[in-house]
Design a protein around this ligand. Sequence first.
Ligand code: NAD
Length: 385
Amino acid sequence: MNKVFKVGLVGCGHIAETYFRAHKYFNNFKIIKCADIKEKASKTCAKRYGIKSLSVKDLLKDKEIEIILNLTIPKAHYKVAKNALLHNKHVYSEKPMAINLKNGKELVKMAKRKKLYIGNAPDTFLGGGNQKSKEILEKKLIGKINLGNAIFAFPGVQSYHPNPEPWFAKKEGGPVIDMGPYYLTALVNLLGPAKEVSGSIMRGVKKRTIGIGPKKGRKFKVKCPTTYLATIVFENKTIIRLTLSFDVIAHQRNHIEFYGNKGSMIVPDPNMFGGSVYVCKKLGESWKEHKTNKMPLGKINIRGKSLRANESPINANYRGVGLSEMAYCIEKKKRHRCNGELSLHVLDIIQSTMKASITGKKQKIKTTCQIPKKFNLKEIKKIMR
Ligand SMILES: NC(=O)c1ccc[n+]([C@@H]2O[C@H](COP(=O)([O-])OP(=O)(O)OC[C@H]3O[C@@H](n4cnc5c(N)ncnc54)[C@H](O)[C@@H]3O)[C@@H](O)[C@H]2O)c1
């Protein structure tokens, strides 16, 4: 039986519910205490889940807590993670690890020095969709990949989020910081590290209108570019055209497509865990479906319309697996998959993509990382209930 790690949650907002739900799937962590800068948020969360609410300071000092789960907003990730490490606790943060590379580097260095684990979402690349894609690539079904496309495009969160302003803020706003982590982590998991990026931007409308909640109808300023069109060259020479946009009403392009010398492949939504992979080996032939719905981290566990943008009506969501796998690796003294080196490299691609696109100058990506190992059934079974 695995050791059950005692987890302290910092940041009791929307995504917290998904991590409490993860207790149902994974056997080696338990969120036992929580905290938030807004005391009310922490108290409400504690009451809902029958746990204890503390101040952030007391939670960090709490001797019982072994891992801090950092579900605060992106610009607070660095500070909360740093404080967790300073209090000698392992830390697992939501994406992105920080909003700039300098802070990310400091965290990774500090964790290494203190021999603590630092982990980060996204963990969606551990799901059936991305793992099945990895298996197909390793079997060389489409040969050597030369090119590919990746796209996330929608009209923005303002219509359904009561507080959409952070998505359009100057420093931490825009689609690359928000959705880039899912796409780029999935790409690095499948192709390996990236080495260079160029791009361009489009600034959409200057003001947007809030569509829901107490501020409904109120207009707010857009302070960042809302469309990025980038070209990323990977170390293995694959070239990916990446479109990330909050200015598109609708589209029918697939999430990620790879074009190899023996065929083409469609990778399912990197923001989710399941979905089928499709492969076509000859022009005009039908696409062969490779299902993931029988895989433990691909099995559909969400039906019906969810209010959250990250949950499509029929799909699989096993957020929290990255935290569980990290806990398992702490116990077994192994290298975890959602590790600091990977998130730092992804953060480097994010920052470089934004810089290259805004300045029009190609950027070299200075960090690198090991390609995460395939997450095999035996390993998955060990942490699942
Ligand atoms: N909401 C989603 O569907 C979703 C999906 C995937 C990932 N995420 C990521 O999860 C994180 C949280 O998102 P959310 O939607 O839950 O945000 P949220 O705004 O609903 O919640 C964040 C909470 O953190 C608290 N907080 C902020 N700064 C803090 C600090 N310094 N110390 C303690 N508490 C602090 C806030 O008071 C708030 O209660 C973000 O990084 C986001 O990118 C969210």
